[in-house]
Design a protein around this ligand. Structure first.
Ligand code: ATP
Length: 792
């Protein structure tokens, strides 16, 4: 649990924020619910030595938030120092063990896609089975490999958006309204349905988790809107705004003004937000759920939208847009909502210049990291929230790859913050955050032809997802270590270092994985996708995540990796918008300047700095990447080789099959011949042609000369029977010849097996007449009293 409930101090001078940008602002101290639960541990197994701070009454917890706000109000406890807060968070985790929930959503088959058999089937509400399609199609290896995976819940392809929202995100929204932070992220390969799940489709009832979350939040706080001059800062702190700079209405207007491109024609010189809202929001597609909230408080909702692209964090609501020198900015009248496309039709020679600066992640004194300089916008209803979401979406880097034309190549992070202030005590303030993340799809290494920029994107995406997996794995390992030694003295077990800092994604959500709030993972899978291996990798990752239940003692993070000097990265890109569902495809040419974030001096606050350790970490990282790449290469080579062998074997099998079919047909032809044909000559020719045809097929071009076919004696015998006594069997070269030996005898003595003396004499005389030795006649059976005697 990570809600932060704060009490404003009586004297602003003593509580002034050390990070406040203006002297007029005052930072409200953050106090965690964990701080409270730690002093009253629910879990009796927590070692007493971990309770270092004096016991005090809960300010508010998830359990009492609705019932006892008054108790909370009266608790005037000074803010714990940052260090103490951290310690408390760590120690209280034992009482709040929660596994990461992993929900699987199976994508339906789309009509425009080729039909194939799905390789994933739901066995129950929580278990699915994946069947490797490659071996099952083989006649040589008829047994297919089947693996089962267990999830918190499995959603079949016909699951509707509303049902999915109710079962997965609604509990998080409930906690959020109750003051608890949460994280929801969608994970899956490209084209598996992550964006559809998070943002939704364009049709009725197709709104995704994000718009539905906005609906439910505003339904629930209806009539409880706060006008208090408060705004969120850092991760979960709240700041007073005495001069009204950030008052309720002005934030959204400020965003609209900042986003308005300069030099627009009067035709479109209007509030971008108003236009977006008019175009995009279908009021009928709204979730009507209302959740219970504490009516003693008033609420304000703030949103931000960031993306992590190529390992840099950008503000999707804070892009500076400028026309190029000589560039013509015209209204376009596109029906698609697009700030960029609607504000300018730029051609390749005169692209629109879009400048954006990467933002730095900074340490929050209350724990975790926040994106420094990220714009947070106050919204007053769900429609405004949806408009801001749409506005951020256009700024999100979307490039087509061969794998998927609409592939999101960045991780999109939409965060809601809820500030609540007690109606009777303006100093009783709380804040919670809910981040909803649409992760970039993992790249298919072998079926997309990535080069240059795409390759770099793929590397960054793979890296961040890989690090996410490594973090999960390490957290799980650490938990096991702890679980196996429940009686070990505190500090005796050294948990392994969790590499959160190795990617921006994990760095940003480190606090969630360490217990700041609940984490929910949505796994999207397209069971018709050709990337079986990638999907099984995703499934393995999900099973891993489900085993991560809690946080172990945090190790001091590694020394910071030295940052490069700020550097501008220029790219020229073309973004296509629309195209799906019959909408018009529009193109915008952009010159993108991505400036590196400035080095954060505070970033290593309290962390030891050791250049050798830095270098070693970099080396490990490099080796990990190499290993990862090598593994991918091996997997590709293995699958290619397997496919080649299979193709060859199948080819050979089908040739043999053809050959045997022909032979069978040949035999059938001979069987069906009349038993007494008219002419012996005709019989002779016929049997010859039949036998020859059979061998011709064996020796034809199609035949496999590596295979020796031994003729079927029985069929040959049958053929000879039909052919009658005059038939001569002519073997083909190389044929195993047994029958013809008998025929040789037949040629000399006729078809009779038994001969008389006279006949033998006749043969002998004939032999003598031609001058041959009698002994060369071979064995001849005699009749009568001298059966074995040869004629002399
Ligand atoms: N549950 C669903 N019902 C109907 N259509 C869906 C569903 N899930 C996904 N789709 C459709 O499948 C296609 C791919 O989905 P989507 O763009 O959400 O994938 P993705 O995982 O976000 O891909 P990428 O990572 O490349 O952005 C889209 O056309 C989307 O409309």
């Amino acid at each position: 649990m990570s809600s932060r409930t704060t009490k404003a101090a009586a004297t602003p001078a003593t509580r002034a924020s050390t990070r406040a940008r203006t002297p007029a602002t005052r930072l409200l101290p953050a106090r965690t619910t964990r701080a409270v639960s730690k002093t009253q541990p629910k879990d009796a197994d927590v070692p007493p030595s971990t309770t270092a701070t004096p016991a005090r009454k809960p300010l508010y917890t998830r359990d009492n938030v609705f019932e006892t706000p008054a108790t909370a109000k009266k608790t005037g406890i000074p803010k714990p120092r940052a260090k103490t807060t951290k310690a408390v968070v760590e120690n209280s985790e034992e009482s709040d063990r929660q596994p990461i929930k992993a929900f699987l959503r199976i994508r339906p088959h789309l009509s425009e896609e080729p039909t194939s058999t799905p390789y994933l089937t739901a066995l129950s509400e929580t278990v699915v089975q994946m069947t490797d399609p490659s071996p099952s199609t083989s006649r040589l290896r008829p047994t297919s490999s089947k693996t089962t995976y267990t999830f918190s819940q499995v959603f079949p392809p016909d699951t509707q958006q509303a049902e999915f929202f109710t079962d997965t995100a609604l509990p998080l929204v409930r906690d959020f309204l109750g003051g608890q932070s949460g994280l929801l992220f969608a994970y899956g390969v490209t084209n598996s349905g992550k964006t559809y799940t998070i943002q939704g489709g364009n049709g009725k009832g197709e709104g995704g988790l994000l718009p539905k979350t906005l609906d439910v939040v505003f339904n629930s706080i209806e009539g409880l809107h706060s006008e208090a001059p408060l705004r969120p800062v850092r991760l979960t702190a709240v700041e007073y705004d005495h001069d009204g700079t950030f008052s309720a209405r002005s934030s959204l207007d400020a965003l609209g003004a900042a986003q308005k491109p300069i030099n627009l024609s009067p035709e479109i010189d209007q509030s971008i937000l108003a236009r977006v809202m008019a175009e995009q929001i279908d009021p009928s597609d709204k979730d009507d759920t209302i959740l219970k909230v504490d009516k003693n408080y008033e609420y304000s909702v703030w949103v931000s939208y960031a993306e992590i692209y190529n390992e840099k964090v950008f503000d999707l609501l804070g892009i500076e847009e400028q026309p190029t020198v000589g560039g013509k900015i015209r209204p376009s009248g596109f029906s698609n909502f697009s700030l960029l496309a609607s504000s300018a039709t730029a051609d390749h020679n005169n692209p629109l210049l879009v400048k954006r600066k990467a933002l730095a992640l900074k340490n929050d004194p209350d724990g975790g990291k926040y994106i420094a300089g990220l714009r947070e916008v106050r919204i007053r209803n769900a429609e405004e929230g949806k408009a801001v979401l749409k506005m951020g979406l256009i700024n999100r880097t979307v490039f087509g790859t061969l794998a998927n034309r609409a592939s999101s190549r960045s991780h999109g992070i939409f965060t809601l913050k809820l500030i609540k202030v007690h109606k009777g005590d303006p100093d009783d303030v709380g804040i919670a955050r809910l981040s909803i993340v649409d992760l970039a799809g993992s790249e298919r290494a072998n079926n997309t032809q990535n080069t240059g920029e795409r390759l770099k994107e793929a590397g960054s995406i793979n890296k961040s997802l890989m690090v996410l997996g490594q973090c999960m794995e390490t957290l799980r390992m650490n938990q096991r270590k702890l679980a196996m030694s429940p009686l070990a003295a505190p500090g005796a077990i050294r948990p392994a270092h969790v590499p959160f800092r190795h990617s921006k994604l994990t760095e940003l959500f480190q606090d969630f994985f360490e217990g700041s709030g609940k984490a929910v993972m949505i796994v999207n899978v397209n069971p018709y996708d050709t990337g079986f291996d990638e999907n099984s990798h995703v499934m393995k990752f999900a099973s891993l995540a489900r085993e991560v239940t809690t946080v172990v003692k945090k190790l001091p993070p590694p020394s910071s990796i030295p940052r490069l000097a700020p550097n501008a990265n220029h790219r020229r890109v073309t973004i296509e918008i629309g195209g799906k569902g019959g909408t018009r495809v529009t193109e915008t040419h952009l010159d993108v300047v991505e400036e590196d974030e400035e080095a954060d001096e505070d970033d290593t606050e309290g962390e030891p700095r050791n250049t050798l350790v830095d270098a070693l970490f970099e080396q490990i990282e490099e080796l990990r990447m190499k290993l990862f790449e090598a593994e991918i290469r091996c997997a590709i080579i293995e699958s290619d080789t397997r496919e080649e062998v299979m193709t060859e074997m199948e080819d050979r099998m089908s040739r043999m099959e053809r050959m045997f079919t022909k032979r069978l047909m040949t035999e059938r032809i001979s069987d069906s011949r009349p038993s007494s044909p008219d002419s012996p000559l005709q019989k002779k020719v016929s049997i010859k042609s039949v036998v020859r045809a059979s061998f011709d097929s064996l020796l034809s071009e199609e035949a496999d000369d590596s295979i020796v076919i031994i003729p079927n004696k029985q069929s040959r015998k049958d053929a000879m029977k039909y052919a009658g006594p005059d038939a001569v069997y002519i073997p083909r070269p190389g044929e195993v010849d047994e029958v013809p030996k008998k025929k040789k005898r037949v040629r000399i003595l006729g078809k009779k097996a038994i001969v008389t003396e006279e006949e033998i004499d006749a043969v002998t005389n004939r032999v003598a007449a031609v001058g041959l030795d009698e002994s060369k006649l071979g064995s001849v059976r005699r009749l009568g009293t001298r059966p074995s005697k040869r004629s002399s």
